[in-house]
Design a protein around this ligand. Structure first.
Ligand SMILES: [Zn+2]
Length: 96
């Protein structure tokens, strides 16, 4: 099991709105950024790897699988757990 801190996200318009399709993350204890497609992150979460975000104050938020069904959407992606704040929410990370 490994833990990865997501540092930036790439979103794409997937009808009817945008979703995260790719992220860059750094494994705990490492310094190199790695790129993961959202699909790959979902598979790794199934295999008990963990992804999280962290704000400058050190507050972490867990990242989970997310199947969006809003407005007829059927996209399988990832998002922050509900207790994430605006500072450490996946949606507020820089673009990459
Ligand atoms: Zn959606």
């Amino acid at each position: 099991m490994a833990r990865y801190r997501i540092v930036c996200t790439t979103t794409k318009y997937l009808h009817p709105h945008e979703h995260i399709v790719k992220v860059e993350a750094i494994a705990d204890g490492d310094s190199a950024r790695q790129t993961f497609k959202a699909k790959k992150v979902r598979r790794m979460l199934d295999d008990d790897d963990q992804f999280y975000t962290c704000d400058p104050a050190g507050n972490e938020a867990e990242v989970r699988k997310f199947h969006c069904r809003l407005e007829g959407c059927d996209v399988k992606t990832i998002r922050s757990k509900r207790d994430a704040t605006t500072a450490n929410n996946l949606d507020n990370l820089p673009d990459c």
